[in-house]
Design a protein around this ligand. Structure first.
Ligand SMILES: *[C@@H]1O[C@H](CO)[C@@H](O)[C@H](O)[C@H]1NC(C)=O
Ligand SMILES: *[C@@H]1O[C@H](CO)[C@@H](O)[C@H](O)[C@H]1NC(C)=O
Length: 238
């Protein structure tokens, strides 16, 4: 997943790290609050069509908490911008949070194309930024290629709870061995599914076949994979 690891680097040695990638175009602020199991992180990026927006968990999987796209102050992503591009500080795009949850929850890393979130424009002419607060939650992360089985299992006394599942393709580098390029090049096949959760939640173990009969075909001609993550919960505690 080379492609997915180049844009942000988390400095886990400090509680707050501000990283400047390109002074005028791109700002990423990463805050790490190391709790015992879950880390909270914030990624802020100025709208920049040359750099994809990228979230990553060093351990565990992404659980998006809140997302802001627009402009709420005159400070963030203001460098080199004329005042009129910063003048509206009550500009936000509703609904962005659901988009990021669909794309990123349950994955170790995800890349968002800004083109997918900028419409409709909530304030024309204003220079906007995208900010996501998410946690990295410990979870079992499973990827199986199309036509294979995913096995989910928990210890005695615990039950499966699915955090997220996607049947499709979002990178070229997974399940690509001995596949013609034409079957692995479409990485815009994001297809979040509730089917795994419906079948497996609260079971002790669960097997699910990754194929079109179970999930439908979100992208004909593309060789797909099922990516999911789950936790094992003790139904009696909490
Ligand atoms: C993310 O968290 C920070 C710190 O708690 C907060 O100031 C900011 O408004 C949050 N952003 C979003 C999009 O909720
Ligand atoms: C499912 O659980 C049963 C016993 O409850 C066990 O024998 C079996 O091996 C488990 N299957 C998997 C795939 O873990």
């Amino acid at each position: 997943m080379e492609k997915l690891s180049r844009h942000q680097h988390y400095d886990s040695g400090t509680s707050e790290a501000m990283l400047l990638f390109s002074p005028t175009m791109f700002l990423a602020a990463v805050c790490l609050f190391m709790a015992s199991a879950v880390s909270s992180e914030t990624v802020t990026a100025c709208v920049d069509f040359n750099n994809p927006y990228y979230l990553e968990c060093e351990s565990g999987v992404i659980n998006v908490k809140s997302v802001f796209y627009g402009r709420a102050n005159t400070v963030i992503c203001s460098e080199g911008r004329p005042p009129h591009q910063l003048s509206n500080t009550e500009c936000s795009q509703p609904g962005t949070v659901n988009f990021l949850k669909d794309r990123c929850n349950g994955r170790k890393a995800c890349e968002i194309s800004l083109n997918d979130i900028i419409h409709p424009d909530p304030c024309q002419g204003i220079y906007k930024y995208l900010q996501t607060n998410f946690t990295c939650v410990p979870a079992v992360h499973v990827i199986v290629c199309e036509h294979s089985y995913a096995h989910l299992t928990c210890d005695k006394g615990e039950a499966i709870f699915v955090l997220g599942a996607n049947y499709g393709r979002q990178v070229t580098t997974i399940c690509h061995a001995s596949r013609p390029p034409g079957q692995v090049q479409n990485v815009y096949c994001s297809n979040p599914t509730q089917i795994v959760a419906r079948r497996c939640n609260w079971q002790k173990n669960c097997t699910i076949f990754a194929n079109n009969l179970v999930f439908g075909d979100p992208c004909f001609g593309t060789f797909k994979y099922l990516e999911l993550s789950y936790v094992c919960l003790n139904p009696l505690s909490g």
